[in-house]
Design a protein around this ligand. Sequence first.
Ligand code: ANZ
Ligand code: ZN
Length: 802
Amino acid sequence: MKYDHKQVEKKWQDIWDEAHCFEAENGSDKEKFYALVEFPYPSGQGLHVGHPRSYTALDIVARKKRMQGYNVLYPMGWDAFGLPTENYAIKNHVHPAEVTKNNIARFKGQLRALGLSFDWSREINTTDPNYYKWTQWIFLQLFKKGLAYKKEMSVNWCTSCKCVLANEEVVNGVCERCGSEVVHKTKSQWMLAITKYAQRLIDDLDDVDFIDRVKVQQKNWIGRSTGAEVDFKTTEGDTLTVYTTRPDTLFGATYMVISPEHPAVEKWAGKLANIDEIHAYREEAARKSDFERTELNKDKTGVKLDGVAAVNPVNGREIPIFVSDYVLMGYGTGAIMAVPAHDDRDWEFAKKFGCEIIEVVSGGENVQKAAFTAKDETGILVNSEFLNGKTVKDAIPAMIAWLEEKGIGRAKVQYKLRDWVFSRQRYWGEPIPLVHCDKCGWVAIPEEQLPLELPNVHTYEPTDNGESPLAHMTDWVNTTCPCCGGPAKRETDTMPQWAGSSWYFLRYMDPHNDKALASKEALEYWSPVDWYNGGMEHTTLHLLYSRFWHKFLYDIGVVPTKEPYAKRTSHGMILGENGEKMSKSRGNVVNPDEIVETYGADTMRLYEMFIGDFEKAAPWSPKSIKGCRRFLERVWALVEKVQEGDAYSKQHEVLMHRTINKVGDDADNLKANTAIAALMTMLNEFYDKGVNKAEYMTFLTLLNPFAPHITEELWQQMGGKGLLSIAPWPQYDEAKTVEDTVEMAVQVNGKLKCTIKLPVDCDKQAAIDAALAEEKVQHAVEGKQMVKQIVVPGKIVNLVVR
Ligand code: ANZ
Ligand code: ZN
C-alpha cells in the first residue's frame, strides 16, 4: 500500500478529536506539566512557516510528557485585539470582530492540519467579552492600588497609525509596526507603574530557568544603574539636581547641560536674554526621536543659557549651563554635570562649544585629544583634592559620603525602564473601565458591571485630533458617576494590545470560569507554566509586561507564585531560501499550506525540527524537505518486512536501549534534530539487519511525537492497542545502552585485512589470537617472520612481518 499522507492525516486528526485525548484534566491526582507557546495574532496572512517551529517543538515535549503519564496542558488561543485587524476593517468596511472571526477560522484549520496536540476545549480569545472582563478586572485592581494613573506627558506618536506608542514599540526611531516616523506629542495618558517592580523584575530572574540571552535582554531593558544625585546651586539661588554614575569626577565637571524640556527653562525664562533662541531649539528637538538625540556619533548641538549659571559644589567655581538635546528629560533628573575629560559625548560637546577639559582620572591618553572613559582599577584620581591617589572604585563611595555629609547629594539607583503607557486612541481594544466625574475625579466602574463591552460603532477611523473613535458615541460616553450619582463621562481610550497577553496563560488553567479569572484550585495546580517558548522579539515587551502583571497578582493574593514561567526558551527564525528574512517584498515567503498539501504535516513537522539548531536562524531548504519525506516513506515500507518477536533481538538490543535514551533526552532539550538523526540511523539498521515486531513498535513510539499521524496508522496496522499518542513511552535499561563487544581492525604491515568482533574487556593476547585465526590474516603472514604485534585496545591489531 502506498503512503497517502492526506488520507492518513485526516483520519487521525478526526480520531483524536473524537477521543478528546489531548484534553488536560483539572482536579487530577497526576503530576502536571504545562507547556506554553505564544498565542498568535490572527492576521489576514494566515499561518507563517515560522509559527510551526515553536509549536512543533513544544508539541513534541507535550506529547512525550503525555506518554510518560503526566497530565499535560498544552493550550492555544488568539491574541486578537490590535491595529492590523482594525486597519483592515477600515479599508474593507468589515467590522473588526468579523475580520477576527474569519482569520481565526483560517488559523485554526491550519494548526489542526499540522497535528498539534492542543487542548482545543480551552481555546481563548482576548476579544471575547468573557475573556476581557478579566483583563478589565485586573486593570481595576491596578487602579485601586494606585498603579494605574493618568499623566500629561510627552509620548511617542506614530504619524501613520495616529496612535501613541510605548517606548518598546519604537525601534530605531520608527514605529515598530508600520515603519513610519515617530514624533513627540504631549497627551494625557493612562500609565502603569511597572517601574515600581523594576528591582524585583531583575532579582527574580535568579529563580527561573530562562536561556541566558533572554535574561540579559530583560536586564538591559530594565537598565539598572547605580550612582548619585548631586545638587548644584545656581546664580538664581535655586538648585539644579543631576544624576551621575561618576560622582568621583565632580572636580572635572566644567559645565552643565539640561534637557530642552527641563522645567528650569520656563522658571528662568525672565532672566534669559536668549530665551527665544532656546525655545526655537526646543521645538527642533521635539521633532527628533530619543534614538536620534542620543546617538553617539551625531554632531552635538545646543544653546548656552545667557543669564543663569551654576556653581560646582566641590570648588565653588561658576560653570555655564547649556540646553542640549543629548540630555533626555525622561532619564535621571533631565540634567547632567558634564565631565568632558571622561565622557565621550561631553567631550565632543566641549570641543565644539569651547568648554574647559580638566583631567581628574589619570592613566589614559591625553584628555585634550580624546576622553578617557575607563572605569576600572587602572584609573587613579588627580586634580581632585581629597580623592587624589584613589582608584575610581574607591573614589565613588568616598565622594558620595562627602556629598551626604554636606547634605548636597545622595547615593541613587536609576532604571532605564519607564512606566508603561497604557492607553491607545483606537477602537479595537479593551475599553478602560473608568468614568470621569467632575466632582469625584476618575472612578472605577463597579466590578459587577464588567465586562464593559466595546460598543458597536460604524466608523473606527482614528481621529486627527488624537481622540479615540469611541469619543463620538455620546450615548455610551455619557453615564452616571458610580460614586455620587452625578453626570460623568466614560474613558474613551482603549488598552494596548499587550494587555490581553499579559495574563492569558492563567486563563487557560480554567477558561470557562465566570466567578474569577481562574479558580484558586486551578491556579494552585497548574502554576507556574513549566515551559514557555517564544520569539526573542517578545523578550522586552510581552515577557516583561506579563511578569509584571503576574507579580502584581501575586501581591494581591490572586496567583500562588512570584514568577509566571519556570522556564523560557526561544527559537531561531526561519529564513527564506536566500538566507534573508521572509517577506512579501523579497518574494521569498513559503506557504505552510502548500507544504502540508504536497508532503504532509508529518514531513513538515520533521523538516522544521530537522532544519538546524533550534535556537539558531535557519534558511528554508526544499531539498531537505524531500529527504524527510523519503524517510517517512521508508518507515511506511518497512511494515512489510517486520518479523515476529515480542522481545528485542540480541543484535539490536544495544541500539534499542541507546536510542530510547537518546530520543528521550533530546526531546527534553529541544534537540529534535539529533533525535531524528538517531531514528534515521535506527531505520537504516533495520533495513540492513532485519527488524522484529517489538523493535518496530518501539521505533514507532519514539517517532510518534515527531510524526504523529503516520506512526498512529502503522501502529494500528501492526495491531497495537489503543491510541499510540497516549501509549506509554518506552523504558530503557542503562546497562544495556553500552555495547559488550567492539569491532577491531586487523592490519598486516599497515594494510587492512579484515575486522573482528571481540568482547569489550578482552586482553591483548586474546585479540592477537583472534586476529591470527582469521583466514585472510593467516594468508598474509604465512611463511613470514613475525617482527612486531601492536594492539590498540578496542581499535586495531597491527601485525608487522618480514
Ligand atoms: C557625569 C559623568 C562623568 C557621567 C563621566 C558619565 C561619565 P547610565 O550608565 O546610562 O545610567 N546622564 C544622566 N542623565 C542623563 C540624561 N537625562 N540624558 C543623557 N545623559 C544623562 O548613564 C548615566 C550617565 O549618563 C550619567 O553619569 C550622566 O553622565 C549621563 F566620566 O555624569 B554622567
Ligand atoms: Zn462623582
